[in-house]
Design a protein around this ligand. Structure first.
Ligand code: ATP
Length: 270
């Protein structure tokens, strides 16, 4: 960690991660302003290959903006950043995105929503539907293929969104508060499912929930201040998804709450 709070990790790959798994990504030199507000001034973040990195921080600090930068959605004159992958290739085309609320098409069936990406790309729909059926079965929706999203619970809709993100089969997955609208128990179940299905991918998860961060993350960062800086990562022991009643998880929750409270007081608030 440098004095200005940026991550100094310069190895993308974790030697303990699965060999060949995921894609390491480094965002560096990120500068971004909206109107007169400087959100980032030389921000850096490393996503270790095959690991889940979690970003927390006060509302309005810029968490979703970091996701949008990585997704290539902030490329106007107001933003500049360097994004490097550890294989030397571009990140473009290798990212799947799962939004805060499900963005399912209300008039399309569960199956048609899951194959939306393939349809938009003009790919043959037969193989895509076969794969979607298998993924929807994995997320426990094999018997809801013809239902419209309106007939599903919030948790079920997020499971369709998860299946749709997995359909993209990208090495990097960006998730923006994917479980925030769900009740506690549904959230725990979806965290378990997500940890299992995304194992081996490089994931950046934005959340407001410290317990979710510590259950799911290999590295947990707090973003705070304006311009925003990153805290040194907390690294919970053991493999995700961790037991929410585990002593280490509970102890780290105290540390994380401490950091978040500090971030809330000293940081940007929308
Ligand atoms: N298109 C835009 N134009 C102007 N300001 C914007 C735009 N998008 C975001 N902002 C501002 O940038 C700041 C960061 O927004 P961002 O959505 O990244 O925050 P966040 O940390 O994800 O917040 P939350 O936790 O509430 O979702 C906010 O103050 C927001 O109002």
């Amino acid at each position: 960690m440098t004095p200005d709070g940026q991550s100094t990790t310069d190895h993308f790959s974790d030697p303990t991660a699965q060999a060949g798994a995921g894609l390491g990504v480094r965002l560096s030199g990120a500068h971004l302003s909206y109107d007169d507000t400087r959100l980032f001034d030389d921000l850096s973040l490393t996503l270790t290959a095959g690991r889940m990195t979690v970003l927390l921080g006060p509302s309005g600090v810029g968490k979703s903006t970091v996701l949008r930068l990585l997704a290539g959605l902030e490329d106007g004159a107001h933003a500049r950043a360097t994004i490097r992958c550890d294989d030397g290739g571009p990140l473009t085309g290798r990212v799947a995105y799962m939004a805060q609320r499900d963005s399912l098409l209300p008039w399309a069936s569960v199956l048609d929503n899951a194959v939306l990406g393939a349809r938009l790309r003009g790919e043959p729909l037969g193989p895509a539907r076969d794969r979607a059926r298998a993924l929807l079965a994995e997320v426990g929706l094999g018997d809801r293929l013809v239902d419209r999203p309106g007939a599903l619970s919030g948790g079920m809709r997020q499971r369709v969104s998860l299946a749709r993100a997995l359909m993209e089969d990208r090495p990097v997955v960006l998730m923006d508060e994917p479980f925030s609208a769900l009740d506690f128990l549904t959230r725990l179940r979806l965290q378990d499912l997500t940890a299992r299905l995304l194992a081996g991918r490089t994931v950046l998860l934005v959340t407001h929930d410290p317990l979710e961060a510590l259950r799911m993350g290999h590295a947990v960062h707090v973003l705070h201040g304006r311009p925003a800086t990153l805290d040194e990562a907390l690294v919970p022991p053991g493999a995700p998804p961790r037991d929410p009643t585990d002593r280490d998880v509970l102890a780290l929750q105290g540390e994380l709450l401490h950091r978040l409270t500090g971030a809330g007081h000293g940081g940007a608030v929308a």
